[in-house]
Design a protein around this ligand. Structure first.
Ligand code: SF4
Length: 409
């Protein structure tokens, strides 16, 4: 069969798509990039905020009109099955934990058990997202991903390492270890994230490892080992640690389970050990009950920390979560706070990137954008160069900077 796969959302969902693609190719199917040529369609959905959900609904309606087998995978398949079936009653639902059964889904089977996502084929590319676990240990009051992905299931380290070894052998240069919370990896199977990072970093070959998003409390509980494992040259000096809010009251309402002090201790420890560490964080603005002083807590915290990357989301009530029932902030306030934080994020990013002008840094070039080669420095900063080739590790001199990337001569 000729199969068209359309994927949305986070690195974990992208990782699931490479698993589906790898399995389909191994089963003799062909992956096509044009829906018109396809015999079957897979829409790998994301529903993290309401605008994305609406976009998915529009895509389902559009793709349904192709009159072909339609498989709806991703987080909507497990957290909003009734919504999908209401729009497309013949769609086949393939939940995130069952992606290994994609070939059965193509044959029209519906209703799948869960399966390990390790020791399986994947579509190997120069960058590869590897879901190391599904689900998490927490129950944040706003999170629909918890409904979609459930409680923590870590995938066996040896099988993951074998899959990564194969990928590196086949030319992959950037391995992205991803999960809803990578730092809780292994807590259910007697393993740990630092252990897995060390095992991956010990794989022969020249490649880089990006460690995905961590829940601050999980990171806090393994901090020393985590710092040691990040010491490995193959590991990007990049820490993605969502703060969401710095207000104690709002952190409690979100049920995040950590304090701003926990968060700061992790940031300071990483900055002390790795002077060039890139810090990325996420913030939700206008969470129900966020008074002016709560917002200022977060604003001042960001001005103090100066994270390189700040992903800002306006609170989006999700069905089935406790925050769905909470009194919402006026849209005008949400817009205003998001505007303020976005301009601060831009200023900080530009200030921090400008500090690298004149410096020589290592970079791995992975893709093309217009007539630029785009790479990542050892601190996972994007760098644009005209004189690089894809797949190359190079020492480059930074000649200029923008808020989002660096330029190398
Ligand atoms: S840690 Fe919280 S926000 Fe992240 S997936 Fe789990 S419940 Fe959702």
């Amino acid at each position: 069969m000729r199969v068209y796969i359309e994927t949305y959302g986070c690195a974990a969902n992208q990782g699931d798509a490479s698993i589906m693609q790898g399995i389909l190719v191994e089963k003799g199917h062909q992956i096509v990039s044009d829906v018109g040529q396809a015999d079957a369609i897979i829409l790998n959905t994301c529903t993290v905020i309401d605008t994305t959900q609406q976009r998915m609904i529009n895509r389902i309606k559009k793709l349904m009109r192709e009159g072909k087998t339609l498989i709806v995978a991703g987080c909507m398949a497990s957290s909003q099955a009734e919504i999908v079936k209401k729009i497309a009653k013949d769609a086949i639902l393939l939940p995130p934990r069952s992606v290994v059964y994609v070939d059965d889904a193509l044959k029209g089977k519906d209703g799948f058990s869960e399966s390990l996502k390790a020791g399986i084929p994947r579509a190997i590319k120069i960058k590869l997202n590897i879901p190391i676990a599904d689900g998490c240990l927490y129950n944040c009051s706003y999170c629909i991903t918890k409904i979609a992905r459930g409680n923590l299931t870590s995938y066996p380290a040896d099988l993951l390492v074998a899959d990564i070894k194969k990928a590196v052998k086949e030319g992959c240069k950037e391995i992205r270890l991803t999960a809803q919370d990578t730092a809780s990896y292994g807590r259910d199977i007697g393993r740990s994230l630092p252990e897995l990072i060390n095992m991956v970093a010990n794989i022969e070959g020249e490649f880089r490892v990006r460690v995905g998003m961590m829940h601050p409390l999980s990171a806090y509980n393994i901090l020393d080992d985590l710092l040691d494992s990040f010491n490995n040259k193959k590991v990007y000096k990049f820490l993605h640690l969502p703060l969401q809010s710095a207000s104690p009251k709002i952190l409690r309402k979100m049920r995040r389970g950590y304090t701003f002090e926990h968060f700061m201790e992790i940031i300071e420890a990483f900055r002390k050990k790795f002077a060039d560490i890139t810090i990325a964080t996420d913030v939700i603005v206008a969470f129900p009950g966020e008074e002016k002083e709560d917002f200022e807590h977060t604003l001042n915290a960001l001005l103090e920390i100066e994270p390189d990357v700040i992903n800002i989301t306006r609170f989006s009530p999700r069905p089935g979560t406790d925050s769905w029932k909470m009194k919402r902030m006026p849209t005008q306030i949400a817009k205003e706070r998001s505007r303020i934080l976005s301009s601060i994020a831009q200023e900080i990013a530009y200030k921090r990137n400008r500090k690298l002008i004149g410096k020589k840094v290592n970079a791995l070039f992975l893709e093309e954008y217009k007539n630029w080669k785009v790479g990542k420095t050892d601190s996972y900063k994007s760098v644009f160069s005209k004189n690089a080739s894809i797949g190359d590790f190079m020492k480059v001199k930074i000649t200029d900077a923008s808020p989002t990337h660096l330029y190398a001569g």
